[in-house]
Design a protein around this ligand. Structure first.
Ligand code: NAP
Length: 307
């Protein structure tokens, strides 16, 4: 029987592990299908407080893990595939093996949706990004492309005009899912160019190990052409990792956990932390803050229950 099981080893899960471990609760962290979370696939992080010279994303998240282990946090590879939260202790099936826990912190994140282009994954961190706030700074005076037609794409494109020489939005249709205000703002931005009814067919250049251009296709004319690009930002949405909890935790229409205040879910003893609930801020520092909140709530809950 575990006191605390934490799902996810990004900033949220690792911070929850540091706090619950330090409180003597011996947390068990399941690292999930993306150990280290989204930081593990970024390069330099310049906006996490406390690192005036910046720090590499994988190093930052590895440091958090080490810090949790120092206080007795245990980490295991594994992903929860099924859960029974109908009564306490909660039961979780981790890759087919069932275990029991008094509290659960769901910090399983939201995975960026990718285009699944042949070279996309190989160039993440080398020109391909899913986070303008994280990586925009590296593209000062460069040519930037943003893929998508929703609010995220508009917001990222607007933000990226602070850095790039120009920013081209590529969208597969000519009508937009983005809200009017966000679309207007982008359309009124003179640094933004538009390619509608257009899809990306390929990314170059894997041999050089960095993004140098894309192959595009106009879906109406069938034209295919190559265009130079330095920064390729994919903003086509995120998928929250909440599948095992459907029908048990309150989720919104896109699958994000609905908060019941603080770090609480609709089930007592189950807490949320990070991007699995937060579709707005999605930053390393906010995820860490949320992990701290979830840990403190789990600690208080266990104390109130006499454990
Ligand atoms: P979204 O609204 O689901 O939009 C995703 C966009 O990506 C759509 O334009 C979609 O095209 C496109 N797309 C999806 N899969 C694609 C693929 N395989 N290839 C090419 N294009 C693809 O996602 P989001 O923009 O991340 O927004 C998610 C939610 O967060 C929304 O509710 C949004 O309002 C909210 N949000 C709000 C703000 C804000 O208010 N500041 C900022 C960001 C996000 P189609 O339209 O053709 O399907």
């Amino acid at each position: 029987m575990h006191n605390v099981v934490i799902l996810g080893s990004g900033c949220a899960g690792n911070t929850a592990a540091i706090y619950t471990a330090r409180a003597g609760l011996n947390p068990l962290v399941f690292e999930g299908h993306e150990p280290g979370g989204q930081l593990s696939i970024t390069t330099e992080v310049e906006n996490f407080p406390g690192f005036p010279e910046g720090i590499m994303g994988p190093e930052l998240v590895a440091n958090m893990k080490k810090q949790a282990e120092r206080f007795g946090g245990q980490f295991k590879y594994g992903t929860v595939v099924e859960a029974d939260l109908s009564k306490r202790p909660f039961r979780l099936s981790v890759d087919g093996e069932w275990l029991e826990t008094r509290t659960l912190i769901v910090a399983s994140g939201a995975s960026a949706r990718w285009l699944n282009l042949p070279n996309e994954q190989k160039l993440i961190g080398h020109g391909v990004s899913s986070c303008a706030t994280c990586d925009g700074f590296f593209y000062r005076d460069k040519q930037i492309m943003v893929i998508g037609g929703g609010d995220s794409a508009m917001e990222e494109a607007n933000f990226l005009t602070r850095f790039g020489r120009d920013v081209t939005i590529v969208h597969r249709r000519d009508t937009f899912r983005a809200s009017k205000i966000m679309l207007d703002r982008a359309q009124n931005n003179p640094k933004i160019k538009w390619l509608t009814n257009t899809v990306v067919e390929d990314l170059h250049d894997v041999e050089q190990g960095v993004v140098t251009g894309v192959t595009l296709k106009n879906l109406q004319t069938g034209d295919v052409w190559r265009q130079d690009v330095d920064g390729f930002f994919v903003a086509i949405g995120h998928i929250p990792n909440t599948k095992p909890f459907v029908g048990q935790l309150d989720l919104d229409e896109d699958g994000y956990i609905i908060s019941h205040g603080g770090a609480r879910t609709n089930i007592r003893g189950v807490f949320h932390a990070g991007d699995v609930q937060d579709r707005i801020y999605r930053q390393a520092i906010t995820a860490s803050g949320a992990g701290c909140m979830a840990a403190m709530e789990a600690e208080r809950f266990l104390e109130a229950e006499g454990h």
